[in-house]
Ligand binder design. Structure first.
Ligand code: 7TS
Length: 416
């Protein structure tokens, strides 16, 4: 075993007690080892109880009724928005728009900003490491408007090619939309520098924060990013709630995305006047309990501290990379630990990734296998699928040892 100093500032034993599901066995005598937080994180009791309390005590629709419950629900929903604002260091909570998830937030930008601001021949710059959520909306828009899509290439190590990025910027893209952290290889892209360079050529920037906001401090003012999208369910919050942050002048000039109740100021037969921010983009009854649950998740993460969480995950991924490197015939994708977050993807000679995941599941080790909604990146690496283990604040060094032992069992079973 590599000589590793297993240090973390987190009291992980205590943190694990906050997550009821982590105490369960997946089969009699087989405890759960959850290494799939990149897909969705587990939820602490404080989030579950906050949502339960809302439904038991204050459930009502927001912004409409004049009664105690409606006022409490509205206040709690808006308080959650303020928590998001503080978490991101956004200038105003009016710039925090609740969506269903990252995917919807990116689609909102594509259909509202994109449809109104882009025209035939305009260039949208993406990267080869994007999740399908930050590819397909642009494909759809490109088809409709005649846009030209360009991609920053990814090196064999799983890093964005800086020279290629600079070459592509010379094409003067109107938008540069890219992921802060890869959900496959874990690469953390130097977002601040890339945003500054994109701004120099006049591009608007959209950062996919699905894998960054849950795992380390993301400050929209420091990054100077124009749009940021992320999901509540990957950061200890519930499913069904996500966020789009945007710069105020951009959001103000954008037309509504969806039409309906709450997003209007006035409706006559045949016309409407859109509501002000952020309501202009929140048509219909929103995910009220989920927004409040996200607020509780932010409280939880903030209490522990994003820097401590990032440090813990860094220690875990360093350890995991060292331990996995000991295993013969295992090919690990992505850069060294100093350039990535808590995600490790690998393939094993002679065994399909799905078979790895299935055998690991027998040992209670929950990982994911497939293309992880990043097919172009897998094509680049010329593989159909990878097995992926991912870590969060509640994972332990012991769990990584279990992962490694379970991989050895796969090797025994398949005779490789
Ligand atoms: N962007 C990135 C970088 C992601 O990792 C994901 C989800 C999304 C966007 C979409 O998020 P959603 O909440 O809108 O679905 N990633 C994964 C994954 O890696 N496995 O399952 C979901």
């Amino acid at each position: 075993m590599a000589n590793h100093i297993l240090t973390t500032t987190l009291d992980v034993k205590k943190i694990r007690e906050d997550f009821p599901v982590l105490g369960r066995q997946v089969r009699p005598g087989v405890p759960l080892i959850y290494l799939d937080s990149t897909a969705t994180s587990q939820k602490p009791t404080s989030v579950i109880e906050t949502m339960d309390r809302f439904y038991r005590n204050s459930n009502a629709n927001i912004h409409r009724g004049i009664h105690v419950l409606a006022e409490e629900a509205t206040a709690a929903y808006e308080e959650a928005r303020e928590k998001v604002r503080r978490f991101l260091n956004a200038p105003s909570s009016r710039q925090v728009i609740f969506t269903r998830n990252t995917t919807e937030a990116i689609n909102l930008v594509a259909y509202s900003w994109g449809l109104s601001q882009l025209k035939s021949g305009d260039i949208v710059l993406l990267t080869e490491m994007e999740h399908h959520s930050n590819l397909v909306p642009w494909y759809l828009l490109a088809e409709r408007l005649g846009l030209r899509l360009e991609y920053v290439s990814v090196s064999d190590e799983g890093l964005l090619d800086v020279a290629d990025f600079e070459r592509k910027l010379e094409l003067k893209p109107k938008l540069f939309a890219f992921t802060h952290m890869s959900n496959v290889v874990g690469t953390i892209n130097p977002a601040k520098e890339m945003i500054a360079k994109a701004h120099q050529v006049g591009a608007i920037t959209l950062l996919d924060g699905a894998q960054s906001v849950p795992h380390f401090r993301v400050d929209v003012r420091d990054l100077d990013v124009d749009f940021l999208a992320f999901s509540g369910h990957k950061m200890c919050g519930p499913t069904g709630i996500g966020v789009l942050y945007g710069k105020k002048d951009l959001l103000e000039q954008m037309p509504p995305f969806l039409g309906g109740g709450d997003m209007i100021k006035r409706v006559t037969l045949g016309s409407f006047k859109p509501n002000e921010l952020p309501y202009k983009f929140e048509a219909g009854t929103p995910a009220i309990a989920e927004a409040i649950g996200l607020g509780a998740a932010i409280d939880y993460l903030s209490r522990i501290g994003m820097d401590a969480i990032a440090q813990h995950e860094h220690a875990l991924v360093s350890y995991a990379l060292d331990r996995l490197a000991e295993i013969p015939n295992l090919r690990i994708f992505g850069p060294s630990a100093d350039k990535k977050g808590g995600v490790v993807s690998f393939v094993m000679d002679g065994v399909h990734a799905h078979d790895i995941a299935q055998v690991l599941d027998q040992s209670g080790v929950a990982i994911r296998a497939g293309h992880h909604c990043a097919m172009p990146l897998h094509e680049k690496f010329q593989i159909p699928a990878t097995a992926r283990a991912s870590f969060y604040l509640y994972n332990t060094f012991d769990e990584i040892d279990h992962l490694v032992n379970a991989i050895y069992r796969v090797k025994d079973l398949f005779g490789v």
